[in-house]
Ligand binder design. Sequence first.
Ligand SMILES: Cc1cc2nc3c(=O)[nH]c(=O)nc-3n(C[C@H](O)[C@H](O)[C@H](O)COP(=O)(O)OP(=O)(O)OC[C@H]3O[C@@H](n4cnc5c(N)ncnc54)[C@H](O)[C@@H]3O)c2cc1C
Ligand code: FES
Length: 368
Amino acid sequence: MSLALATLLVAAAASLLFIGVLLGDGVRVLRTRLRQRSADRPIELRVAAREEVAGTLLRLSLRRAWGRRLPSFAAGQYLTLIAPAGPDCRELRRAYSLAAWQPGRPRHYELGIKREAHGALSRWAWAQLQPGARIRVLPPRGGFVLDAGAGELVLVGGGIGITPLRAMLHAALARRSGPARIVLFHAARRAEELLYRDEFMRLAAADDRLHYVAVVSRPDAAWKGVRGRLDATRLLAGVRAPGRADFYLCAGVALMETLREGLTAAGVEPGRIHWEAFGVAASAGGAGQRVSVGEAAAFETAGEPTLLAALEAHGRAPPTECRAGSCGLCRMRLTAGQVEWLLPAGCVLPADEILPCICRPVGDVSLV
Ligand SMILES: Cc1cc2nc3c(=O)[nH]c(=O)nc-3n(C[C@H](O)[C@H](O)[C@H](O)COP(=O)(O)OP(=O)(O)OC[C@H]3O[C@@H](n4cnc5c(N)ncnc54)[C@H](O)[C@@H]3O)c2cc1C
Ligand code: FES
């Protein structure tokens, strides 16, 4: 073979390799873009089954048309419901944890929704999400996911906060090399509000690894289980080796703070305490604080529970999704004044940015 032919062949092979690399990269970029786009695109689901529990709790099973498979998810993640539940049928978005887990791409999603006394979307769901009704949702997401080793796993749900923990329990029980011991605590005011209690008792009877502890603060005479409030002492008494256990908490803000403080004081490493809040407590904020957003005229707060609620009342709200400091979508830059954080931020933020969904102004503030 002449030198010229050999050079030509080497050059052709190099070009083919180069084109192959380019094509491979292109396909990878396209796949990533498509995945990102489908993560942001709403899916239409239908209510396949509905069950009302204790007058305020709603169990829903949602499916796609023709029973097509749904995006997979990690135990602990949530769906965002999109519904015309606001004033004048304005579209609202709220997060709801996936309350059941199956490996791979499931054929249905399960939710557990508490109807809040004055809640916009939860009351809409109670009234409108009847069997056959359609609802748009954003695909599953969220960083509160089960990542426990083979040690002791402690799942703690306060009230409706049990939903992500039920999915985590399903996932942990399904793992061959899963946790050696699982303790599931569920606290509620009344025994009938202990959602999934029968299932948890059945699972605990069938699997030695699972210990189910239900705690009721306002029991009736028939209640034979643990009475009173759940606190860190009670929690630690049920765990064999707290220093080596992984704790997953989802409850009201006050209970979660008490438990986190108690566990940390007992020597549990903060990295072993995982938690998620469903939102801040709905207590009234301050009134008469001036809020400026960019160049627009300032307005005054009127006791709204969060800065986000005040911005919404004046049509200046940023986009939102979780409303609990996890997704980071509502972030704004604080250019003057100070805010009080009602919950720690669940995402990393630059020093001058705030999340209005979990902040309240302390005096006058300016935002962009
Ligand atoms: C990651 C995540 C997962 C979640 N998972 C679940 C779940 O599995 N199940 C579940 O039920 N919830 C869940 N939530 C909470 C859910 O997203 C909603 O926040 C909740 O359903 C309330 O929404 P809403 O529109 O009904 O209430 P909103 O209208 O947003 O009101 C919020 C609160 O303020 C109160 N309120 C509103 N107006 C007034 C008023 N005028 N006077 C007094 N009080 C008032 C309401 O009663 C309610 O408690 C989750 C939240 C997050 C962030
Ligand atoms: S809406 Fe998700 S962080 Fe505020």
